[in-house]
Design a protein around this ligand. Structure first.
Ligand code: ZN
Ligand code: ZN
Length: 320
């Protein structure tokens, strides 16, 4: 079994790219970087590697066991079956889409994923802002179908590593748009800025890892509009650079909610979307979006209309 972790080899590249972007920002967009914010992001990156090594063993053991039950068999030299690699990469990216979507729509999983979103800045160091508590969400279970299909756990891990490396460069404001064909198929800085935005039109959109086609296929794609400034971060901003608070705030908030809630609502605070409350005292992203749609007159549009078309009409409405 090849012992190869692509992300570890990419670390020097990450460092060089962050430094280069810092120099770009110094001259072109000084507000892009804030020292304390960058330090928190770097600590997240370092800590998530440690947490992964400590907590990832269970997932690996489960995958090795599941591999015995595989439906297809690529043989003992599975790594030599060249076409299995691109197929695995694409399927792993599809898996990433769903794991990521669940990470935004199930509070238990959001408690871990929120870490990636809690910065109010958007730069290459934001990409390194990876969760410490991902293993606690059992998100790795989404990879079980791939193992059952016969892809070796090491092949899936390597594809996942390259997927993460790809996602590094899209965390930047230095690139406005890529060529049209590229924007159509691939996840790009423009598409991913939308994902990190808290503007109502952008909430819970563009979950893609490498291929943006999944969002287009499953109805969660929204293009970036050029004349609306993006507010990055989370709906209720952290307002603190305390690292441990940044890591655990949503876990603490969720447990407190479960503790206080009437018995019949406790499970909902675990499994429903962030912002859900049994007494309607808070806002979910759907509620924020619905209010925005009503404000811009779009709630009178046919339900079948695509999100992209709605956004275009809203733009025209706000401009008028
Ligand atoms: Zn996300
Ligand atoms: Zn991101």
């Amino acid at each position: 079994m090849p012992d190869f972790s692509p992300t570890e080899y990419a670390v020097p590249l990450f460092v060089i790219a962050v430094l280069a972007e810092m120099i770009w920002a110094k001259f072109r967009a000084p507000e892009t970087y804030e020292a304390k914010d960058t330090l928190v992001s770097l600590a997240f990156g370092l800590g998530s590697t440690v947490a992964g090594a400590l907590l990832g063993g269970f997932a690996l053991a489960l995958f090795i066991k599941t591999y015995d039950w595989r439906v297809f068999d690529f043989g003992p030299e599975w790594w030599a079956v060249w076409w299995a690699w691109p197929v695995c990469f694409v399927l792993d990216d599809l898996k990433y889409y769903w794991v990521h979507r669940a990470g935004h729509r199930i509070r238990w999983m959001w408690a871990a994923h929120v870490n990636h979103h809690s910065s109010q800045h958007y730069n290459l160091s934001t990409a390194l802002r990876q969760t410490w508590t991902g293993s606690l969400t059992f998100g790795f279970l989404f990879a079980v179908p791939l193992v059952l299909l016969g892809f070796h756990p090491a092949m899936i891990a390597i594809c996942g590593g390259f997927n993460l490396i790809y996602q590094f460069w899209i965390h930047t404001e230095a690139i406005k748009r890529m060529p049209r064909w590229f924007e159509a198929v691939m996840n790009t800085p423009s598409h991913h800025r939308v994902h990190h935005a808290t503007n109502p039109r952008y909430l819970d959109r563009n979950y893609a890892g490498v291929f943006i086609i999944w969002d287009k296929l499953f109805g969660t794609f929204t293009p970036e509009v050029d004349d609306e400034p993006i507010r990055y971060g989370i709906v209720k901003q952290l307002g603190s650079f305390n690292l441990l608070w940044a890591v655990f705030h949503e876990w603490i908030g969720m447990i407190a909610d479960i503790w206080r809630a009437p018995w019949r609502h406790k499970l909902s605070y675990l499994l429903r979307e962030p912002g859900w409350s049994h007494d309607n005292s808070r806002d979910t992203s759907d509620m924020i979006r619905a209010r925005w749609l009503a404000r811009t007159g779009q709630d009178r549009l046919p339900a079948s209309m695509s999100v992209a078309d709605r956004n275009r009409i809203a733009d025209a409405g706000e401009a008028a």
